[in-house]
Design a protein around this ligand. Structure first.
Ligand code: BES
Ligand code: ZN
Ligand code: ZN
Length: 498
């Protein structure tokens, strides 16, 4: 999507104009000619300005646009960035269904004294939310669909002109939000595509491509190197697969003068059959989504590099399938981890924590970062806890939590913390090995985190369980069904606030 900026006078010549409208407002503060054509509709109360309500007028006058969309922003008191995103998502969907790929969009000007929930929205926040709503909603995964007619094919928005008295800072924010939205859509494509294509080597290829595009360093370890490093847990999970595992390290140095480094670790399980603790029908079908953490890692680094974010990041992805077969690992097996600790396999379906454990050991021993943030579709239990709405956070660092919580509120990729207490740690005790990969059904998300915690060796660490939010059964405003790309907007906001 191409983006342009202009003043209202010039936008009057556009074919399609989108005007914002606050619920209950008697008038729209805008150009006099526009006011005149809209007035009758407002008087008839045909459009009420409810959040996401989109209505269309054909003024049939030379001096105003041919089509005028009015978009409802909802009540003034409830106005915030999220209602704006949702309203402009509705606009994007309307435009796309009508096959209108070019439009001028008037950025809402909300007077500074109109305080939303005790907080003032800055012009940049408002315009940024408009850009996010428009771009994030303009997505479809139709690669494998054959349209009957050429015009049935999904046509994304081509060019959006942002209209208003926009400062340089506001324009920058709009461009930035569009770059981030591109990264989100990149991640969605990776999640949605088949596990047959998106295999460990494919993820490695993606990392290498990003590295090439932006001059980053990318190292990919093959099975031999993984054996040499002693990643016994990653190798155990990989045993049933015909495909070799990969261990991917992608480095972005946005602040070369600083020694501070953040590792973004992503679970790259390209298909989770459950292994011999095989997943049943209704649970197995979508398990190509089990690389969503990897998609977040790749998307975040791609976005950060395009934005030239002044942070040092290292993306780490352990990648493998979890399959069955005569060589597959079994419940009751014991495997050595890279850390030296031995692990009893309580369930072959609790494989995510195994591959992440070896990755964490690699990170603390070789990368030695200031902090580790891991993204993983780790437990079905988090879906029971939070549905597909909230990311589960577990951490050993209160300060990191505070920052991620606020980044979650700002982006609406919301995060809520669960505690790791000794009673939960106890549940991982094994009587034949150092630790077991299964804590039982109660507090399943927490015992999974407690398992990871055993490997972090005191490094500040935040675990984000994205099993609920990564995949939607039904679309929600600007979040499509299936792969959502959730976590990237959160992570970039977190990095900026850190
Ligand atoms: N990949 C799954 C978790 C998952 C579930 C992701 C639903 C996305 C949607 C994970 O590897 C898993 O199978 N976890 C088990 C752990 C259990 C065996 C302790 C689970 O949640 O049932
Ligand atoms: Zn599993
Ligand atoms: Zn899994």
């Amino acid at each position: 999507m191409e983006v342009k900026f202009t003043k209202l006078e010039r936008a009057l010549k556009a074919d399609t104009l989108v005007l914002p409208f606050i619920e209950g407002a008697k008038e729209i503060e805008t150009d006099v000619k526009l006011k005149r054509v809209i007035k009758p509709a407002l008087a008839l109360k045909d459009t009420k300005g409810k959040k996401g309500e989109v209505s269309l007028f054909y003024p049939d006058r030379e001096d105003v646009p041919k089509r005028i969309f009015l978009v409802g922003l909802g009540k003034k008191e409830e106005l915030n960035t999220e209602p704006i995103r949702q309203a402009y998502a509705a606009v994007a969907k309307k435009l796309v269904t009508m096959k209108i790929d070019t439009a001028s969009v008037v950025v809402p000007e909300i007077a500074c004294d109109e305080i939303s929930r005790g907080k003032r929205l800055s012009p940049a926040e408002i315009a940024g939310a408009v850009a996010e709503g428009l771009s994030l909603a303009d997505y479809v995964f139709d690669k494998y669909m054959t349209p009957e007619k050429e015009e049935d094919k999904y046509q994304p928005l081509k060019s959006i002109t942002f209209v208003g008295n926009l400062s340089k800072g506001v324009k920058e924010t709009v461009r930035e939000k569009l770059v981030i939205a591109d990264a989100v859509k990149y991640a969605r494509d990776l999640q949605n595509d088949t596990a047959d294509l998106v295999c460990p080597e494919y993820l490695a290829h993606q990392a290498k491509t990003i590295a090439k595009e932006h001059g980053l360093k990318c190292t990919v370890f093959d099975k031999k190197k993984i054996e040499k490093l002693g990643m016994g847990l990653l190798l155990a999970v990989n045993r049933g697969s015909n495909l070799e595992p990969r261990f991917i390290v992608l480095e972005y140095k946005g602040d070369p003068k600083s020694k501070d480094k953040t590792v973004i670790l992503g679970k790259g399980l390209t298909f989770d059959s459950g292994g011999y603790n095989l997943k049943p029908t209704k649970f197995i079908e979508t398990m190509r989504e089990d690389m969503s953490g990897a998609a977040v890692t790749l998307g975040t680094i791609k976005g950060a590099a395009r934005l030239k974010l002044k942070k040092n990041l290292v993306g780490v992805i352990p990648a493998t399938e979890n399959m069955i077969g005569s060589r597959a690992y079994k419940p009751g097996d014991i495997y050595p981890s890279m850390s030296g600790k031995t692990v009893e396999i309580g369930s072959t379906d609790a494989e995510g924590r195994l591959i992440l454990a070896d990755a964490i050991t690699y990170i603390v021993q070789k990368i030695k970062p200031a902090r580790i943030i891991d993204f993983a579709t780790l437990t079905g239990a988090i879906l029971i806890t939070f549905g597909d709405v909230v990311i589960g956070a577990m951490t050993n660092d209160d300060k990191i939590y505070e920052t991620i919580y606020k980044a979650g509120e700002a982006t609406y990729e919301r995060v809520w913390r669960l505690p790791i207490y000794d009673e939960y740690r106890e549940l991982l005790k094994s009587d034949i090995a150092d630790i077991k990969n299964l804590g039982g059904r109660p507090a399943g998300s927490i015992t999974a985190a407690a398992f990871l915690e055993k490997f972090v060796e005191g490094t500040p660490w935040l675990h984000l369980d994205i099993a609920g939010v990564s995949w939607l059964e039904k679309e929600r405003h600007y979040i499509p069904k299936n792969g959502t790309g959730t976590g990237i907007r959160l992570m970039i906001e977190f990095l900026k606030r850190m």
